[in-house]
Design a protein around this ligand. Structure first.
Ligand code: AHR
Length: 514
């Protein structure tokens, strides 16, 4: 075991101080004014593989799967249990090829297009703006629309904003009414392009920040509430120059959020199987997921320099594990299974976001159904939820709760000469005064004892839930959908303000103290 102290936090921003050595968690200040924004628990639905078609949407004419206006009822029920706060659409890379006017009006009259990024399949545009925004109402979630900057025009994006948000009389709001929707949807979250450094146009940061200013200017705030939340296409992982350039060149009034994309991937050329992975591949995935901590701290430090009052938010609008597609599936569809490894990525990453809630205000797991680190998988009439779903469900208690900063001392999880912390954690207090602590042990073999110092919190009652399995590679299948399920957790002892917990290998625990 490594004993040396290693401080991983950056003074002002970080509220989780971490050092190696033993497993201690101390809850520090219970009176912070930092809220864990519920939008950290956002999701992402792209026109990619079977996420929209066959995932969310089975079509109005379908008579074998229960649906509402073509949207699967089982999916709506499952996502409502997660209280998903926002849903990003229509991409991803697809967003910069998407012309929204192709997806309105009578479905028979809509043109077909070819989805050039994802499998070269023909897209009939039967799921368009109305379908998506009405679905968000069903899901009781806020839409996050990603606009086309790469192959679109300023006027096209300006028109889209007017179409969905303007209550008065105008060419676009009249068109909306002709298409059956009287009231505007008042969409707040708008992405100005996606991955402008890559599939969104292979731009430089300097060029993108210039055209961002133009696009953002003409995306009018139609309800005059000042509420349009424009999000700049952000850095690819550790591209700090990108964030620096955007922060330097774009005035705050035009940009509420700066995005960041980072996937937990072993090697982009050899991503490995989603279920049959080696111990080494597991370690590399965890290392890549843990890198999110450094990314958030370093991008935040750059943002601090230009925006010390934290008016601009860091929006991690794509994150998750990325592996090879399942055998015999379309390589362009990015369909992968989801094991306890993914539960570890989810638990650890959400702890990182919670602990950096001062700057990270929004995030989107990629992607909701049948693509990458999905929470839901469908197969014809059948639908299952994944281990990642269960982590999201267990962690929903942190949504809009007050952050309780922690100090954390963790054992290392070592593989060969490399090591990362085995334990991650975060804590919050909700509006009813209940304290929730989420703890993850990513070590695939060793169970851990963790001492929790509750500081000033006087708890009378303790309950907990755990997500774990005997085998790290376990996952839910259509034949056995309940292999990975949360259970009641009983291995915690509360005495005064000290809590002792035993956390098995590869486990996620959420404790509640009243
Ligand atoms: O989520 C899959 C793809 O990953 C998205 O379309 C793109 O933005 C990213 O590269």
């Amino acid at each position: 075991m490594i004993k040396g102290k290693l401080k991983l936090s950056i003074a002002l921003l970080s509220v989780c101080t971490l050092s190696y050595g033993q497993n201690n968690i101390k809850l520090t200040d219970t009176q912070t004014d930092i809220t864990i924004n519920k939008h950290i628990y956002g999701h992402f639905a792209e026109h990619l593989g079977r996420c929209i078609y066959d995932g969310f949407y089975v079509g109005e004419a379908n008579d074998s799967i229960a649906h509402t206006a073509g949207v699967r009822n089982d999916v709506v029920d499952a996502l409502k249990k997660l209280q998903i706060p926002n849903l990003r659409w229509p991409g991803g890379c697809f967003a910069d090829t998407y012309h929204w006017k192709d997806g309105i009006g009578s479905k028979e009259g809509r043109p077909s297009i070819v989805n050039s990024w994802w499998g070269g399949v023909t897209e009939d545009n039967s799921f368009g703006t109305h379908d998506f925004l009405n679905m968000c109402e069903l899901l009781e979630t806020e839409p996050y629309l990603a606009g086309n900057v790469g192959s679109g025009e300023v006027q096209e994006l300006a028109d889209w904003v007017q179409y969905v948000n303007f209550a008065g009389k105008s060419p676009m709001s009249d068109l909306r009414r002709e298409n059956g929707r009287e009231e505007p949807w008042n969409v707040k979250f708008w992405g100005v392009g996606n991955e402008a450094w890559g599939c969104g146009g292979n731009m430089t940061a300097e060029y993108y920040s210039d055209i961002y200013r133009k696009y953002a200017t003409f995306m009018a705030d139609w309800d005059n509430s000042g509420g349009l939340y424009r999000i700049a296409s952000g850095a690819n992982s550790a591209d700090y120059h990108w964030t620096e350039t955007l922060m330097k060149n774009i005035p705050n009034h035009l940009m509420k959020g700066v995005a960041l994309h980072h996937y937990a991937v072993i090697n982009w050329n050899k991503k490995g199987s989603s279920t049959k992975f080696s111990d080494e591949e597991y370690f590399k995935t965890m290392k890549s997921a843990w890198f999110m901590n450094e990314l958030v701290e370093k991008h935040s430090a750059i943002m601090d320099k230009y925006d010390p009052q934290a008016k601009v938010d860091l929006v991690v609008d794509e994150w998750g594990g990325w592996y090879e597609v399942e055998p015999e599936t379309n390589p362009g569809f990015l369909y992968q299974q989801n094991t306890m490894r993914d539960a570890m990525i989810a638990g650890m990453t959400l702890n990182i976001f919670n602990n950096h809630a001062k700057r990270v205000k929004m995030a989107n797991l990629a992607q909701t159904i049948n693509v990458l680190q999905a929470v839901i998988l469908t197969n014809g009439k059948d639908m299952i939820v994944t281990p990642t779903y269960h982590v999201m469900e267990m962690y929903k208690v942190h949504q809009d709760a007050q952050l309780i900063p922690i100090e954390l001392h963790s054992d290392t999880y070592k593989y060969g000469e490399e090591e990362i912390p085995a334990i991650s954690a975060s804590a919050s207090k909700d509006k009813q005064g209940r304290v929730h602590i989420s703890v993850v042990n990513i070590d695939p073999k060793a169970k851990k004892k963790v001492s929790l110092d509750l500081g000033g919190i006087k708890a009378k009652h303790l309950t907990g839930r755990i997500l774990t399995t005997n085998n790290l590679r376990e996952h839910n299948t259509f034949e056995q959908p309940n292999t990975v399920l949360p259970k009641e957790y009983k291995d915690a002892k509360l005495k005064d303000n000290q809590l002792e917990i035993d956390i098995p290998a590869h486990s996620v625990i959420v404790l509640e103290l009243i």
